[in-house]
Design a protein around this ligand. Structure first.
Ligand SMILES: [Zn+2]
Length: 335
């Protein structure tokens, strides 16, 4: 079953308020462009509105009942008048749009309504875009289009101008934490995930990812060893880090985690405990925070950000990490 109106309203209050108004006032547009980064609820909200349009027992003129035959078939992806088009391979091809047009030239199978969703609408080929444009220029009454995209700048302006644009904002960390916990993520783990991604799906995947669990341990270990002498830190890099963080994306993830440890130390010093994300390590981090200064922590954070920039410029990752570790150790007194 899809998420309820109330759940999605928490994710995207502005968008849902607008859609509610259109439904209640019977002013649903012919075409909507839903734009926003991954994981912001575009597809779920497009399907929610689709249910509102087809629902046989609509509540307060806007909320789908989730129980009638139409709601259930939309949730199961088998309503004959609801079509979802996604890229085949790298793009949405002209034939996919033509098939849609043929389909839509027939009357709705069960009513006059028809809805289509174009997922990753920015991936339409030029001929697909032109074909869609004609379709949008002569909308059939009762037809509603949802174009979903993470990259609205790649969509033809002539198409944009025929759509009502709905902007989906990234989830705030608070909303993200709440949603993660509702989806079964341990409350101790949700804050860290909420800092690493704006996508609920990605956060949930990370939560059960073995590589990620191990990555956190290695990062904490590296942090601890920074207090020791440079040789030991290099040994840890060789023994644990390089074999785990191989791809560029993985190294970025590792550096992001390391950055979050320093951020936590800063929060501890500022007495903003509720902001700590490494909850499971918070006792140990409190001890560490006693032995450093805010100034030093912010220098260390700049060094990590600098390392991420070097990585982007394709510096050798091994060299980059060694330099970073030495930099992070500057000013500490080795035993
Ligand atoms: Zn219903």
């Amino acid at each position: 079953m899809g998420k309820s109106w109330e759940q999605l309203e928490e994710l995207q209050p502005t968008v849902l308020k607008m859609l509610k108004n259109s439904l209640v006032k019977n002013r649903v547009a012919h075409a909507y462009l839903l734009e926003g980064i991954r994981g912001t609820g575009k597809r779920e909200i497009a399907l929610l509105l689709t249910k509102s349009l087809f629902c046989e027992a609509i509540i307060d003129q806007y909320r789908p009942c989730e129980e009638c035959n139409n709601c259930r078939r939309i949730n199961h992806g088998n309503h004959p008048d609801v079509h979802i088009v996604e890229p085949e391979g790298l793009s949405i091809k002209v034939d996919q749009i033509r098939n849609l047009q043929v389909e839509f030239s027939k009357k709705g199978l069960e009513s006059l309504k028809k809805v289509y969703l174009l997922v990753h609408a920015d991936k339409m080929s030029v001929s697909a875009s032109n074909s869609l444009l004609k379709f949008l220029e002569e909308p059939n009454p009762g037809t509603v289009a949802f174009l979903l995209t993470e990259q609205p700048q790649k969509i033809l302006p002539t198409i944009l101008s025929r759509c009502q644009i709905l902007t989906f904002h990234p989830l705030s960390p608070q909303v993200m934490i709440k949603q993660l916990v509702e989806n079964g993520v341990e409350p101790q783990k949700a804050p860290l995930l909420s800092q690493l991604t704006n996508s609920l799906d990605e956060a949930q995947n990370l939560n059960v990812d073995e590589w990620f669990a191990q990555a956190q341990k290695i990062v904490v270990k590296l942090y601890e060893v920074l207090k020791k002498n440079p040789l030991e830190a290099m040994v840890t890099l060789q023994a644990d880090w390089f074999s785990h963080f191989k791809e560029k994306e993985q190294i970025h993830r590792g550096l992001d985690l390391l950055l979050l440890i320093f951020k936590d130390l800063l929060y501890i010093q500022l007495d903003r405990q509720e902001q700590i994300v490494f909850r499971e390590e918070s006792e140990r981090l409190r001890q560490f925070a006693l032995h450093t200064s805010g100034r030093r922590i912010s220098d260390q954070m700049s060094a990590i950000l600098d390392a991420k920039r070097k990585l982007e410029r394709n510096m050798n990752p091994q060299l980059m990490m060694e330099q970073l570790v030495l930099k992070l150790q500057e000013g500490s007194s080795f035993v």
